[in-house]
Write a protein of this length. Structure first.
Lengths: 123, 547
């Protein structure tokens, strides 16, 4: 099972992503509502892959990842951003930040599991 | 001629007619009999009324004797431009002043229709004038007169009807004053006042010394030189004060290059300006710079706010759409079990329209970015042949959805061009999607690339219903509803082709289509090919200018 940490402030999107990932049967999903909560979570939980929303109240997805990268245990964990701002330059910036992939919102829930696996493989 | 036989109208006609032909003294002698003097005087002076000489009207300070009258009429003749017409508008008589001012000879005028002196405006007034005269009324107003050399002079004119002894209308007499110069002075004064009160800053500076020779009110206020005379200042003083180096540089560049105008945006005095610098030569030499500063800070703020608003709304719409589309997608994938067929059909409609909404939001965002010059283009060396094959494969789902066949032609050899491959794919995908929507199942869609020395031409042809000739002009318009498009039914956004046009033009190409109703349509676009590096640099430069 792939341990996936999903950070997303929208409860509906969390639920859809959870259902979509569980459908594949390959993921053990832990979800957090904020970047701050995610940073607490990773003290006791080391994921294999991180799925991060970009725009969140409080810490943004980018700030959350920057903090996580400071932790030895998370330095090389593939991170995938989900964003409604999917302009070419923004995607490039996120990749420069170490993102394994950038998934545009709205995303296709049926394709989500495969997209995450492909990004992990590429990373 | 006995004065007793002459009624008042006839006396006036006789007198003025004689006077205008140049025989003032003949006319005056006829007046000496006494009875007609006040009548003629009244008519003449009525004609002078618009010129502010009512004080001359007899009766105000005693009776008018014939000597006085003759002198005053002489003064009138030397002042006014006078002519007499018959009822058909043919010139019967003109005075010397008329000849002098219009430049015609008397022979060129007498017997000719007065319309030879008209321009468009006087023709409009002629009908009005004629109607007044027929009713025995005097007409007054400003009328133009065309001179022999083509000039048009403005005259303040009084026209009075003339009658014979039976009281029949026999023609008219016009007395005019040339007001062209007065009008020009008024216009110049208005222009100067307008310039002074203009919202834009206006500076005029000497091209050599850069010394200010004029500043309007807002310019003085902004520079703070209202009290200090600006004529003691130069552009260099201002550059130090406000950081307006760009203007100084533009002036120097214009003077050196021989160009006459430069336009650019710059920040000065804490505001954002669109600046126009114009070199006004005097006597073949560089004379003065006219510098106009249009404060566009408000426009820029508005555009930024509008852009932010559209961006925010579009992104805010994406979050609920993610949930809506995601839920429907999971339901359609049977994540929650099998659905009744009717429920599934309804859900498919919802899902399809949610997809459409996403496309509309994307197109709106693209158009907004294009209009503000923020749409990014990443140019790179691209093999278009390979790109077409890849795009065709990526759009294979259209074949299943619409039952069409997509075929790529003429892509066996590489076709290199410097362009933005992602934007080319975006245009091509839009063409393919349209072609598939408007094709019948089983029909073929052809993607084709052709090249010549200058450019690549990429086309997508379908054998669908075509575009009515009467509606071809609407095709690239935003939200254009073509009569046979069934946009809502087909899932179009109404923006796709507008976006494609903007993209292609930004890439230095052209977009178009050939269509025959009932036989199909070919949409195509070109990309500059020859010297692709140069073209790319030009494109990049254009993009920089646009942004």
């Amino acid at each position: 099972m792939i341990k996936l940490l999903h950070v997303e402030d929208d409860a509906d999107i969390r639920e859809i992503a959870l259902m979509a990932l569980e459908l594949s049967g390959d993921f053990d999903v832990v979800q957090c509502e904020t970047g701050e909560a995610a940073l607490k979570q990773v003290q006791s939980y080391t994921p294999d892959v991180i799925l991060l929303d970009m725009m969140m109240p409080g810490m943004t997805g980018r700030q959350t990842l920057e903090k996580m990268r400071e932790m030895d245990s998370l330095r090389d964990v593939p991170a995938i951003f989900m964003t409604a701002r999917a302009q070419h330059n923004e995607i490039e910036e996120l990749r420069d930040l170490g993102a394994a992939d950038v998934i545009s919102k709205p995303f296709d829930p049926i394709a989500l599991a495969d997209q995450v696996k492909a990004a992990m493989q590429a990373a | 001629m006995s004065s007793k036989l002459i009624n008042k109208r006839t006396a006036a006609t006789f007198f003025l007619g004689t006077a205008i032909s140049g025989s003032w003294y003949t006319a005056t002698s006829a007046l000496l009999t006494g009875e007609i003097v006040p009548v003629v005087g009244a008519i003449v002076l009525a004609g002078l009324a618009p010129f502010g000489v009512n004080a001359l009207r007899p009766g105000g300070n005693g009776s008018l004797d014939s000597h006085d009258m003759a002198q005053r009429l002489r003064a009138f003749d030397s002042h006014a431009i006078v002519n007499i017409l018959d009822t058909c508008g043919v010139l019967k008589q003109v005075n010397d002043r008329f000849i002098e001012l219009t430049g015609y000879t008397r022979d060129q005028l007498i017997g000719q229709p007065v319309s030879m002196l008209y321009n468009e405006r006087s023709r409009e007034l002629a009908a009005e004038m004629r109607a007044a005269l027929k009713q025995g009324k005097t007409w007054q107003g400003e009328t133009p007169l065309r001179c022999a050399d083509g000039r048009v002079i403005q005259t303040q004119c009084t026209v009075m009807p003339l009658f014979n002894k039976n009281g029949d209308w026999t023609g008219s007499i016009s007395a005019r004053t040339d007001v062209t110069h007065a009008n020009e002075l008024l216009a110049e004064r208005d222009t100067a006042e307008t310039l002074y009160e203009l919202r834009d800053d206006i500076w005029i500076v000497d091209a050599e010394t850069h010394r200010f020779s004029y500043m309007n009110r807002v310019a003085m206020s902004r520079t703070g030189w209202r009290t200090e005379p600006y004529s003691e200042r130069t552009l260099d003083d201002l550059a130090e004060k406000s950081g307006s180096h760009a203007i100084l540089e533009a002036c120097q560049s214009l003077a050196a290059s021989g160009k006459v105008m430069a336009q650019f945006d710059t920040e000065m005095f804490g505001s954002h300006f669109q600046v126009t610098v114009k070199l006004l030569p005097i006597g073949g030499k560089a004379g003065r710079f006219l510098i106009m500063l249009n404060d566009i800070s408000d426009i820029i703020d508005e555009e930024r706010m509008k852009s932010e608003f559209i961006s925010m709304v579009s992104h805010e719409l994406r979050s609920p759409l993610t949930s809506i589309k995601g839920s429907m997608g999971l339901l359609l994938s049977r994540a929650a079990g099998e659905l009744p067929s009717k429920a599934r059909a309804l859900l498919e409609i919802s899902h399809r329209n949610a997809d459409r909404l996403v496309l509309i939001i994307n197109d709106i965002l693209d158009l907004e970015k294009i209009s503000t010059g923020q749409l990014e283009f990443n140019l790179e060396e691209t093999d278009i042949a390979e790109l077409l094959r890849e795009t065709s494969a990526a759009n294979s789902s259209l074949e299943q959805r619409h039952g069409v066949r997509i075929q790529v032609e003429n892509t066996d050899t590489p076709m290199q061009v410097t362009t933005d491959p992602n934007r080319v794919i975006q245009v091509l995908t839009n063409f393919l999607s349209n072609a598939a929507k408007f094709s019948k199942p089983g029909e073929r869609i052809t993607i084709r690339a052709e090249e010549n020395d200058h450019e690549l031409r990429i086309s997508v042809s379908d054998r669908g219903q075509g575009i009515p000739a009467s509606e071809e002009h609407k095709v690239f318009q935003r939200f254009a509803d073509l009569s046979n498009s069934k946009r809502a039914e087909k899932g179009g956004t109404g923006l796709g082709l507008s976006v494609c046009k903007a993209i292609v033009e930004n890439l230095g190409g052209k977009i178009g289509f050939d269509s025959r109703e009932g036989f199909g349509t070919t949409f195509y676009f070109t990309l500059p090919k020859k010297n692709s590096q140069v073209a790319a640099e030009e494109t990049a430069s254009l993009l920089r200018e646009a942004s």
